[in-house]
Design a protein around this ligand. Structure first.
Ligand SMILES: Nc1ncnc2c1ncn2[C@@H]1O[C@H](COP(=O)(O)OP(=O)(O)OP(=O)(O)O)[C@@H](O)[C@H]1O
Ligand SMILES: [Mg+2]
Length: 268
């Protein structure tokens, strides 16, 4: 069971003056239960890659499949793929359009023909630490962090196996950022597969994620976190990735094979 991306190219606005090859020659397999960080410069293709994973866009060349179902296969009901792969887009709250939090949360599952009982709804509110009476509030009356939580529940509510976060902590304050990290930890414990694009790699050190580095639409690196940190720093810098102080220390500890120290640093 996995999301498989095989030899994928993606081109925006084909055959127009705005034609843009956003991805080229991408291969990636995301296995169930894993955590992947998708990192790279702004414009490197992260959101494009994510959008391919649930069939929101289709590859120009190559194939994307989810648990064996190809997003291009006309015999596959795309809803079955979308239900398995939930995406929390950047600033998801900008897409709110219903009068209450409850309706906003129930919109996506309703689309998939899933009925959400009140106790399930309450389970998710507990998970993101929002009071129950928020269900009747107008979503636009919430704070930025609370809105993000509602947007996250609206994806969690249909129980996708793969959950993708596109820059989940952008624009959030410190405590909501920490909430997002702990939620991701919780979701991994529940056996979910998590894929997230982020500029904040260092925060995820203790999670030991897999990392996929994009540079101008091409793969620069793919693999385990420790190998990522040990990559040539110039190459990473060119891809817009700077190892902060914590990661520099972590790298030193790895180089000295002092794994106990590396572990301690990862928890800072
Ligand atoms: N709808 C579109 N039409 C044309 N070009 C697009 C479109 N969306 C994205 N692009 C281009 O494709 C490339 C990849 O964009 P993408 O949004 O995937 O990058 P990103 O890594 O997510 O960037 P960011 O970190 O800024 O979110 C960029 O050069 C971008 O300008
Ligand atoms: Mg993006």
């Amino acid at each position: 069971m996995s999301i498989k991306i095989e030899d994928v190219d993606y081109i925006y606005s084909l055959n127009t003056p705005f034609q843009k090859e956003a991805l080229s020659g991408i291969n990636l397999e995301i296995k169930k239960g894993d955590l992947w960080l998708i990192v790279g410069h702004t414009g490197s293709g992260k959101t494009t890659l994510i959008s391919l994973m649930n069939g929101l866009i289709l590859p120009y060349k190559g194939n994307v499949s989810v648990d064996g179902m190809s997003t291009k296969d006309k015999k596959v009901n795309i809803k079955n793929i979308r239900k398995k792969v939930g995406i929390v887009f950047q600033y998801p709250e900008s897409q709110f359009f219903l009068p209450t939090v409850k309706e906003e949360i129930l919109f996506a599952p309703k689309n998939f023909g899933i009925e959400i009982k009140d106790d399930v709804l309450k389970y998710y509110l507990d998970l993101v630490k929002l009071p129950y009476n928020y269900l009747e509030k107008n979503p636009f009356e919430l704070s930025g962090g609370e809105m993000r939580k509602v947007a996250i529940i609206s994806v969690l509510s249909y129980n996708p196996d793969y959950i993708i976060f596109d820059e989940p902590t952008v624009g959030l304050d410190y405590s909501t950022k920490n909430f997002v990290y702990s939620l991701i930890e919780e979701l991994l414990k529940l056996g979910k597969t998590i894929i997230l694009s982020t500029h904040w790699i260092s925060e995820f050190t203790s999670f030991k994620p897999n990392v996929f580095v994009l540079k101008s639409g091409k793969e620069l690196f793919k693999g385990e976190f420790d190998n990522f940190v040990l990559q040539d720093e110039n190459a990473l810098t060119q891809a817009g990735i700077v190892l902060d102080e914590k990661l520099q220390l972590y790298k030193c500890a790895l180089k000295k094979k002092n794994f106990e120290l590396a572990n301690k640093i990862s928890l800072i």
